[in-house]
Design a binder for this molecule. Structure first.
Ligand SMILES: O=c1cc[nH]c(=O)[nH]1
Length: 434
């Protein structure tokens, strides 16, 4: 991070396009980054939530469709971020107006603090489980020390360059090891399914306690949770189309694989503890260890994006300073907060960010000069109104018609309304009257 002008320039670099010389990512870098960010224990955990509600085949169909759709949204946003060179905060300013955008930017920082804390807790618990399994230690102080250790790793990474981390480490070394772990675990649990009778596992029916569309919501919630971060990385890309292709491919493969692996573990293992189930697999200790290490880049990605967002609000603090402060805060939170259920947290975030990005995509996609919109007005009333309507729509759908899901109807409503009003506001008569 230190080597990018983001951290060194005096101005608000989150709200101006990244200079061409700083755009080094090709499609392989985007794909490696998003494959790596898409892999995680949390993702597998949500995959496991799909059963016994859904049958195996229905769950797999939902995983594939939801991942392609969700990763497509991510990729589309990546293209807008890369074409404009703006950060996520910049896209929010261009859509909602320079004063109002501070609210979604702040909400984004809050969600990123939440994600980083979750990731730290997951890394701590995973490390403790591995240590217990290998009989290494069990003293009550170890959870604190493990949390502090992971927090220190994040601080060390934040003092370096994000671009170098992605290109030199993740793409070259981190990803091959993670893919090898996933292949190994998939093989182990497929063998288990085969020993239990592949046909029985494949044809297992669901108990109907969750509708297909609600399950789709749960699958889409994961890629959607990355929407507010994607432009912060995509703006480092050389061109928008390769950002789109790389992000789509990388994230869709990771999401499908991890959700499906979580599903497979839940189908073949009675335990509800995913980490324990993974550890019991042959070679699970090493595979889980590598996946845990991969979890570091998720926490890092959250902090990096949170610090770009923070810098957009308070440019007097460099991106690096923001990163350090957020890392310390999240480590402290991970020490004191118990990890509650992830599902409500994810769905709550979706209710804010699905409509937020329905409006951003509708207003900015195909827009010739996104950068000029950043300072064009203080509050874009129509965009704000559609976003708030979208948040209400999400919760109403979830309450009144849960079987229809909430993410897709909300996305469709906000996108269509924002696109239609964009055309209307851009029409010559309205522009002349304005
Ligand atoms: O760490 C994570 C995981 C999912 N989504 C995020 O935004 N961050």
């Amino acid at each position: 991070m230190a080597s990018t002008p983001l951290s060194s320039a005096g101005g608000n670099t989150a709200l101006t396009p990244l200079p061409a010389g700083e755009r080094l990512f090709g499609w392989r870098d985007h794909a490696a980054l998003w494959l790596s960010l898409g892999v995680g224990l949390l993702v597998m955990q949500i995959g496991a939530y799909l059963v016994p509600a859904l049958g195996t085949q229905a769950a797999l169909t939902v995983i594939i469709c939801g991942s392609i759709l969700g990763a497509g949204l991510l990729a589309w946003t990546a293209k807008i971020g890369c074409d404009s060179g703006l950060s996520s905060a910049g896209l929010m300013h261009a859509t909602y107006g320079s004063s109002f955008a501070r609210l979604p930017v702040l909400l984004n920082i809050v969600q990123l603090i939440g994600w980083t804390t979750f990731e730290l807790v997951v890394m701590r618990d995973g490390t403790m489980a591995i240590a217990r399994q290998s009989g290494s230690f069990s003293a009550s102080l170890w959870p604190v020390l493990t949390t502090l250790l992971w927090g220190a790793v994040l601080l060390a990474l934040l003092s370096g360059s994000m671009v170098r981390l992605v290109r030199k480490f993740i793409g070259r070394y981190g990803l091959p090891l993670v893919i090898a772990s996933l292949l190994w675990l998939s093989w182990q649990f497929l063998s288990k399914a085969s020993a239990q009778g592949l046909e029985g596992v494949w044809n297992r029916a669901g108990d109907g306690s969750m509708s297909t569309l609600s399950a789709l919501d749960l699958v889409i919630a994961m890629p959607v949770s990355w929407l507010p971060l994607v432009a912060d990385f995509a703006r480092h890309g050389r061109d928008g189309n390769s950002a789109l292709r790389g992000t789509w491919l990388g994230y869709a493969v990771a999401n499908i694989w991890c959700y499906a692996l979580g599903l497979l573990v839940a189908l073949t293992t009675p335990s509800t503890d995913l980490v324990a189930a993974l550890l019991l697999a042959q070679g699970g200790l090493i595979a889980l260890g590598l996946i845990l290490i991969d979890e570091v880049d998720n926490a890092y990605g959250d902090l990096y994006s949170g610090s770009v967002a923070g810098h957009s609000l308070k440019p007097g603090w460099s991106v690096r300073r923001w990163g350090m402060a957020l890392a310390v805060l999240c480590t402290a939170l991970a020490l004191v907060l118990p990890m509650h259920s992830l599902e409500p947290f994810l769905l709550m975030l979706s209710s804010v960010f699905v409509p937020l990005y329905g409006v951003i995509l509708a207003r900015l996609a195909g827009q010739a000069n996104v950068v000029s919109l950043v300072t064009e007005r203080k509050v874009n009333i129509s965009a704000v109104a559609i976003w708030l309507l979208g948040v209400a729509c999400y919760h109403l759908c979830a309450q009144l018609a849960p079987s229809w899901g909430a993410a897709l109807p909300t996305l469709a409503v906000t996108f269509v309304l924002a696109r239609f009003t964009r055309k209307l506001l851009n029409s010559p008569q309205v522009s002349a009257a304005a």
